[in-house]
Write a protein that binds this ligand. Structure first.
Ligand code: ZN
Length: 279
């Protein structure tokens, strides 16, 4: 459900958000303000307010197929037509999506030096669109790649190459089928992103988890690593998460209002207008 607002309403909205969750927002803000290095980990929950469904879980069925079954390297190699049909549906959802206040608030906190680059499980590119420099551990749907020769294409180019018919699988110049630049079930995480994420998590003093149930391995291990070493963990997520019992701060509320409130607390009520870097 998109909850975008005209820019004139933003300062007023931020004030309303602080009234709705004052103690939780202040607790997260205090935790962020009290640490030099705060890691941020995000999942699908931060993009639901941009109108993007969470494809996992019970609502994750598409034409009686499970998300985990279609978004797999097996589906890509054995049933590429159905695979690309599923991804064209996802890309259609993505086309109209814009970053919401949660993405913008994290970008503002990152640019102001309060938090480290966002580590995200999301492939929607919305953190980048909001101005963050994210570590995309599950890759990105903004590009496509060839597993045979390594060429990388924009996703628009891949879509053009399959525009002829719904049966058509986009092909590389070398003739091999193109794969969306995301980590499929059955694939390893990109080594570069894993290295960047580990460097952030190894050295952070605290972690803020936003919109993840922390159920997906191995990324949930990053949050567990922080909690097990007795560094504070703050979790903002609508539903229960796997590490709730280890969280120092736990906020069960919509991400956009809470993160906007944190940004307003640390950067001022006009954070969404004047997010000039301080570092
Ligand atoms: Zn190729």
């Amino acid at each position: 459900m998109p909850e975008e607002h005209g820019s004139g309403n933003r300062a007023r909205d931020a004030a309303a958000d602080v009234l709705a969750h004052p103690r939780e927002i202040e607790a997260v803000a205090q935790l962020v303000a009290g640490c030099d290095s705060v890691a941020v980990l995000t999942g699908a929950g931060i993009s639901t307010e941009s109108g993007l469904p969470d494809y996992r879980g019970t609502s994750g069925m598409w034409r009686n197929r499970r998300f985990e079954e279609l978004a797999s390297i097996r589906a890509f190699t054995e049933e590429p037509v159905a695979f690309w049909e599923f991804y064209r549906m996802r890309l259609a959802h993505l086309r109209d999506a814009t970053p919401n206040r949660g993405h913008r608030a994290l970008a503002a906190l990152e640019r102001a030096g309060h938090t480290q680059p966002v580590i995200t499980q999301n492939v929607d590119g919305l953190h980048s669109a909001a101005g963050s420099d994210p570590v995309e551990v599950h890759g990105s749907l903004t590009r496509a790649e060839c597993l045979a020769c390594g060429l990388v294409f924009s996703i628009e180019e891949a879509e053009r190459r399959s525009a002829g018919s719904p049966e058509q699988v986009p092909e590389c110049d070398c003739g091999a089928p193109l794969k969306p630049g995301v980590v499929l079930f059955g694939e390893l995480l990109p080594a570069d992103a894993v290295r960047r994420a580990s460097a952030i998590v190894d050295t952070c003093q605290a972690m803020l988890v936003c919109g993840s149930t922390l159920a997906v391995s191995p990324v949930n291990g990053l949050a567990a690593q922080v909690a097990m070493s007795e560094r504070p963990l703050a979790i903002v997520n609508m539903g229960a998460t796997e590490l709730d019992r280890l969280a120092e701060v736990r906020v069960a509320a919509a991400l956009g209002p809470v993160l906007a409130g944190v940004a307003a607390s640390l950067l001022g009520a006009d954070w969404d207008h004047h997010d000039t870097p301080r570092r």
